[in-house]
Design a protein around this ligand. Structure first.
Ligand SMILES: Cc1cc2nc3c(=O)[nH]c(=O)nc-3n(C[C@H](O)[C@H](O)[C@H](O)COP(=O)(O)O)c2cc1C
Length: 480
């Protein structure tokens, strides 16, 4: 059962923020039950605990009483099912002060596919979306206290939908994107390889480790630059996604209107006696075509919806890989700074290496995921492209039928009046559909090109990762 640890520590929460900089990233790993295995310097400093006080303790050691239990239920339901969780969390430091983070918790798997640990990266939330979260959580908390966790979760989903998101997953992906964008905008300083100064002061015992970390940092910084090329494409991709779904919705509506008008035309044709023969042939043809086009459009809309989901997954995997690379870079900087100040023990060195290994394993996992995403999208985009081509042929035929219809109805005199109206309305709709379909074709071509460029850069990154793994076998290869 899910139980609360409401202020288990008996510490009075203080309305004081435990501050940290936007550049700073938190890192921690836990076992499958949420027991902390390791944490970085930022985590230790901001939480106010000593490292020994955190390691071996449940992660709820930093739980803030303002946090709704329902959020943690969502956390555990998600990560236990093997999916990553992204969400806002208010934490409480040892002295009762608070700090907000956007947390990304990634499950990690053993060779049998079982969850072996969780790795969490947390960043400082600064987006406009975040400004709404404290009040939102207060509302959730109220419902929770009155009606329990399940009702609070229902309320949360309802609210999220009202805000225009599909579900929590959709909301968290957008939040992730907003926070990463906002972070990128505010980070002025670029970490330069081993540029934190003082590395000359590294003790003899730690020299070898410092050298290794230094060259790793150089490689990861390069990886970071490559990856930024992919990351910068997210906007293009997401705009395209929006455009695609808007257009497909529009074409879908048009198809329905065209079908209804065709139905009207064939009803009208029965009313006309003499000329009815040619009209009824025409309108039957029109109806057949319109119905067929509608079926094609439904298929196309489904394909586009699937692609939309794929693009969202791709964006999430790009954001995750970017955050993981940023985390490695930051972590290495933190370690090198520490090595310049103190000598670390052999045990600590083992922990450091384990953390880098974990981050690297995760990065490999997500970059492989990204490759398969891109590969799958490739065939889907091709499929959409051919569908659009088919639709083009159909629409052109509809166009032809309607022009004929207009000519026929013009010859018919007064009896053909209602046809003239129907056919000219229809012609307008078909022309509009045609224009949208041409646009769609262009969108899909651009999407395919963008997809291809991601594929190429990602191949390059995967290659680099493999080389990196070879070079630093002693660090990266799992020893069991
Ligand atoms: C990797 C990982 C990171 C977590 N990070 C936090 C955190 O930053 N703050 C927090 O309150 N809970 C965090 N949790 C959730 C806690 O395990 C716990 O569910 C939560 O604090 C609620 O505690 P409770 O069940 O005792 O009420 C994390 C869990 C995992 C697996």
């Amino acid at each position: 059962m899910y139980k609360s640890s409401y202020n288990k520590r008996g510490i009075e929460p203080k309305n004081i923020e435990s501050r940290f900089e936007i550049e700073e990233l938190f890192f921690s790993t836990t076992d499958p039950k949420g027991i902390i295995l390791s944490g970085n310097e930022v985590f230790i400093r901001v939480s106010g605990f000593k490292k020994e006080e955190l390691i071996g303790k449940p992660h709820n050691i930093i739980r803030h009483p303002d946090m709704p239990r329902s959020i943690f239920k969502a956390v555990w339901d998600t990560i236990k099912s093997g999916k990553p969780f992204v969400g806002y969390v208010k934490n409480m430091a040892k002295d009762g002060s608070y700090y907000w983070v956007l947390t990304c918790i990634y499950p990690m798997f053993d060779s049998e596919g079982k969850i072996k640990k969780f790795l969490s990266i947390r960043l400082k939330p600064t987006s406009d979306l975040f400004k709404t979260i404290p009040d939102f959580y207060k509302e959730i908390m109220k419902i929770e206290q009155m009606d329990g966790v399940d009702k609070a979760l229902e309320f949360m989903i309802e609210k999220i939908k009202e805000m225009g998101y599909e579900d929590y997953d959709d909301f968290s992906k957008k939040a992730f994107l907003e926070e990463m964008r906002s972070r990128e905008k505010s980070i002025a300083e670029n970490i330069t390889a081993c540029g934190m100064g003082g590395e000359g002061a590294v003790s003899k015992e730690n020299e070898e480790l410092a050298d290794k970390l230094c060259s790793l940092q150089t490689i990861f910084l390069r990886l970071n630059r490559y990856f930024n090329n992919i990351y910068n494409k997210i906007n293009v991709f997401l705009d395209m996604n929006q455009d695609l779904s808007d257009k497909s919705k529009f074409v879908f509506q048009l198809a329905e209107e065209i079908r209804l008008l065709s139905l009207n035309a064939s009803i009208e044709s029965y009313k006309i006696k003499k000329e009815g023969v040619s009209f009824s042939t025409l309108s039957q043809e029109m109806r057949k075509n319109a119905e067929y086009s509608e079926r094609q459009i439904i298929k196309l809309t489904e394909l586009i919806n699937e692609t939309n989901k794929d693009i969202e997954t791709t964006s999430f995997n790009i954001l995750s890989s970017k955050l993981q690379i940023d985390m490695v870079v930051y972590f290495l900087k933190e370690l090198l700074t520490k090595l310049a100040e103190i000598t670390i023990s052999e045990e600590e060195e083992i922990e450091v290496i384990q953390n880098i290994k974990d981050l690297f394993e995760l990065l490999k996992f997500y970059s492989e995921k990204l490759s398969s995403n891109v590969y799958e999208s490739k065939s889907k985009l091709r499929n959409i492209y051919y569908n659009i081509k088919d639709l083009n042929v159909l629409i052109n035929r509809l166009d032809f039928i309607h022009i004929n219809g207009l000519i026929e109805s013009a010859h018919t005199g007064s009896d053909g009046g209602s046809f003239t109206i129907i056919f000219s309305q229809m012609l307008k709709l078909v022309e509009a559909a045609k224009a949208q379909i041409i646009d769609l074709e262009t969108n899909i071509t651009t999407a395919s090109e963008e997809n291809l460029s991601i594929d190429i850069i990602n191949d390059l990154i995967e290659n680099k990762i493999l080389k990196l793994e070879k070079k630093y076998e002693d660090i990266f290869v799992q020893t069991g």
